[in-house]
Design a protein around this ligand. Structure first.
Ligand SMILES: C[S@@+](CC[C@H](N)C(=O)[O-])C[C@H]1O[C@@H](n2cnc3c(N)ncnc32)[C@H](O)[C@@H]1O
Length: 247
């Protein structure tokens, strides 16, 4: 696959936005959910790479799942949730009723996804978080070779984002200024869900929203080596943060 850039995603997002808005304008926003503008970014990626199945980790109340199912009505969707006893499950089930292409699965995605992901899938990880999510993404890219893995909550400034930017210069992010400038208006009405410092225009050093990062599968990348680097960086940054807290 050739190199996919932010401009490719911008072009695709611009083309699909009118239809996206028509489909999602009646959908309510559920707490913990991925923002509408971030879902547009995810959809643009999935369309560019030609995903034939979507695999999601972290269903919660089904905000991202219901948008994916609405926008990809003919595409099978597997959505994994760790916490089968959460009250969120009933909310997700109610929202997803009548969307037969969605299969709700329960279990730890860290164990389950490597068993089910295939090379024609696009994967969205929105739980686990942090370096655990990055390690899962790299395991999937190394062993299952999906077309792309999208990681939610990799905003700036964070250790995770710094790692991704240095280890994966080809990664693209929904908080790219051109993208947020063009599409933050999709989140009008749900600003309260966004922490003050991450609202549009609040602080140029910080990400807009929560940010989605995308790693495309590239055969020449040594994912197992990068995975070791992620483990080490995660351990090191956690240790440094603990020492700072003690002082
Ligand atoms: C932020 S919420 C997901 C929100 C959802 N994607 C949406 O847009 O509405 C994160 C969810 O991930 C789940 N989770 C955390 N770790 C997980 C794991 N290892 N496997 C599967 N689900 C996990 C949590 O229980 C929680 O429900």
């Amino acid at each position: 696959m050739s190199f996919i850039t932010t401009s490719d995603i911008l072009k695709e997002a611009e083309a699909i936005r009118p239809d996206f808005e028509r489909s999602v304008h009646k959908l309510a926003y559920e707490v913990k959910g991925i923002l509408f503008s971030e879902m547009l970014f995810i959809e643009a990626v999935a369309r560019i790479v030609g995903a034939t199945r979507l695999v999601e980790s972290g269903t919660a109340r089904g905000q991202s799942t219901v948008i994916l199912a609405t926008r990809f009505p003919h595409c099978p969707i597997l959505s994994y949730e760790h916490d089968a006893d959460s009250p969120d499950v009933a909310v997700a089930r109610a929202r997803l009723a009548g969307l037969p292409q969605v299969e709700l699965c329960f279990g730890d995605a860290v164990r389950e996804l490597p068993r089910v992901v295939t090379p024609t899938d696009v994967v969205l990880i929105d739980g686990p978080k942090g370096f655990r999510a990055i390690r899962l993404a790299l395991d999937l890219l190394g062993y299952c070779q999906p077309k792309a893995v999208l990681l939610h909550d990799v905003g700036r400034p964070s250790h995770e984002r710094a790692f991704l930017e240095s280890a994966f210069p080809g990664a693209v992010y929904s908080d790219a200024p051109e993208f947020t400038h063009a599409h933050h208006s999709l989140d009008t009405g749900v600003e309260e869900a966004i922490p003050l410092e991450h609202r549009y225009g609040a602080n140029p050093e910080q990400t807009y929203g929560f940010s989605v990062g995308c790693l495309f599968y590239e055969p020449h990348i040594a994912y197992r080596w990068k995975r070791m680097q992620a483990s080490w960086t995660g351990f090191w940054t956690r240790s440094c943060d603990s020492i700072k807290k003690i002082r």
